[in-house]
Design a protein around this ligand. Structure first.
Ligand SMILES: C[S@@+](CC[C@H](N)C(=O)[O-])C[C@H]1O[C@@H](n2cnc3c(N)ncnc32)[C@H](O)[C@@H]1O
Length: 499
């Protein structure tokens, strides 16, 4: 049997694991903006491989692996519990009044959480065994299905927060036929969404209660289960008919919603204000998730020179402008333009923000980013969660459409994932990023990109884009990828984008 390697992030030896983590952290947060850091070199990758090889010597026999994992779970749970207790933070609980989220935690405590989740998952896999694990992993879509029914029929809002409700009474409040309501609820209960304290009585858990209260979360579940889930079921069909998989109108989404060869997903959503609003709110929920907070960008991206000269920041594909609102609060001398498709712009809140001194510096503009950029001579063109929606031909077109508007020194800033080498991300984030990559393929035939791919993208659009590199703030999952417009740029060298 092949031997299992113990990854350094899972080791329960405190000093060893912390030391490894520090090394990893330093390595992974290396940035390639001039003056801030240097690009990860081949030698460093090799060195990492060697370090990993040496981990093989710490191989555990399959019999003891369960105990290693159990010990990791015990040690890390104790660490998390102690931290919460000594800081007066409520302990996690599934009961209806359990806390909604963890507060911002120090890095090492956050890593404890990650280790617990990942060790628990591996231990579950080991204890179930390979055949049973794989056999039933494929049923994970049923978790989405039961959640879709509950969310779509707004069942969580029908269950009182303070007392259980009889299933029969709940049935009378929904158009869902009793068998289907009971089956969706009882399936969701296997995921701790609702509980049945005694037969026929339905009550909230913390999970179902948050679903009843959080409208952005409802939108997130709605978008994922009603737009992405059907699209995922049509990916095979899309790939079989268009194996090259670059067209944005021949995707799983297009096959699911009968728009093949007609229009991309955003146009479809844009035609329906309810769906457009749900998408915007879903993005808000996602953005508020751990490691995606807009504050990482707002707090760390330096615009003091632009602010000093009262410059302009264009948020291209900026949805309802929530990034610009936060930026305008910080940079009080700057102007902001939020651009998006007509339906998105018309459904944006008016005023965009309560504070008039912020709102008056933000304008909304209808603009299709595949056409010539109308905001000429701005200082920054910012794209958040845009480029990962597009395969290379489209992404190049978006950049080319900017060129007539660019003044020398204009910054083009992409705020997206930047994928690292397989296995170099912590597994928690790796799963998230790989999942997002799958979703991008499903909806757009698009992809998440590595640093080299971003560099190649800019160079493919125009050699005058001076690629500055990738910057990622500690604990943030998103990277800032930047290029500066250089009128006198020289023809790109073939090797320029290689690691
Ligand atoms: C994934 S969302 C990102 C929104 C926002 N930047 C954020 O960070 O949440 C993509 C946005 O691009 C907009 N969009 C899609 N196609 C567009 C186009 N051709 N021109 C302008 N905006 C577009 C969508 O309406 C949506 O608001």
């Amino acid at each position: 049997m092949a031997k299992l390697r113990v990854p350094s992030w899972l080791s329960s030896e405190r000093n060893g694991s912390t030391a490894n983590m520090d090394v990893d952290k330093k390595r992974l947060n290396r940035r390639s903006f001039p003056g801030l850091a240097t690009t990860r070199s081949k030698e460093e990758s090799l060195q990492k491989k060697e370090e990993e090889q040496s981990e093989v010597s710490k191989v555990e026999s399959p019999e003891s692996r369960m105990l290693v994992l159990a010990e990791t779970i015990r040690v890390e749970t104790e660490r998390l519990q102690t931290y919460l207790q000594s800081n007066g933070i409520a302990q996690p609980s599934l009961s209806v009044d359990g806390p909604d989220d963890f507060p911002l935690l120090p890095d090492e405590i956050q890593q404890s959480r990650q280790k617990i989740v990942l060790a628990t998952k591996e231990l579950t896999n080991l204890v179930r065994g390979p055949r049973e694990s794989v056999r039933y992993d494929v049923w994970s879509y049923l978790d989405t299905l039961s959640l879709q029914l509950i969310n779509s029929y707004q069942i969580a809002k029908l269950v009182p927060l303070d007392a259980p409700i009889k299933l029969t009474e709940l049935q009378s409040k929904t158009p869902l036929e009793p068998v289907n309501l009971a089956r969706a609820l009882r399936h969701a209960m296997t995921n701790n969404i609702f509980c049945e304290p005694s037969p026929g009585l339905i009550a909230h858990t913390a999970n179902s209660r948050i679903l009843a209260q959080d409208t952005s979360l409802q939108a997130w579940i709605g978008f994922n289960s009603e737009d992405i889930f059907p699209a995922a079921g049509h990916v095979m069909q899309a790939l079989k008919s268009h194996p090259e998989a670059t067209s944005i109108t021949h995707t799983g989404f297009n096959f699911a919603f009968s728009t093949v060869g007609e229009e991309p997903m955003f146009v479809t959503l844009g035609k329906d204000p309810v769906r457009a609003r749900r998408f915007a709110n879903a993005m808000l929920s996602f953005t508020n998730g751990e490691g995606y907070e807009v504050s990482y960008f707002v707090d760390n991206y330096d615009l003091s020179d632009v602010n000093e000269r009262g410059g302009t920041f264009v948020d291209v594909g900026g949805s309802h402008g929530f990034v610009s609102v936060e930026m305008a609060k910080k940079w009080k001398n700057m102007k902001f333009i939020v651009q998006d498709l007509p339906k998105m712009i018309s459904s944006a809140p008016q005023p965009i923000c309560e504070d008039a001194t912020v709102a008056e510096r933000i304008s909304l503009q209808v603009h299709d980013f595949f056409t010539e950029q109308p905001a000429k001579g701005a200082d920054v063109y910012y794209f958040r969660w845009i480029f990962h929606n597009y395969s290379q031909p489209y992404a190049v077109k978006i950049l080319k459409s900017l060129i007539p508007a660019l003044k020398p020194g204009a910054r083009v800033v992409i705020n997206d994932y930047c994928i690292r080498d397989p296995g170099s991300e912590n597994p928690w984030d790796e799963k998230l990023m790989r999942s997002m990559d799958m979703i991008m393929g499903t909806l757009f035939n698009a992809q998440e990109r590595e640093e080299r791919e971003f560099c190649e993208l800019f160079k493919a659009a125009d050699h005058r884009f001076d690629f500055k590199g990738v910057y990622r703030v500690e604990s943030c999952k998103m990277s800032v990828i930047e290029a500066v417009w250089n009128e006198n740029g020289v023809e790109a060298q073939v090797d320029e984008c290689k690691e």
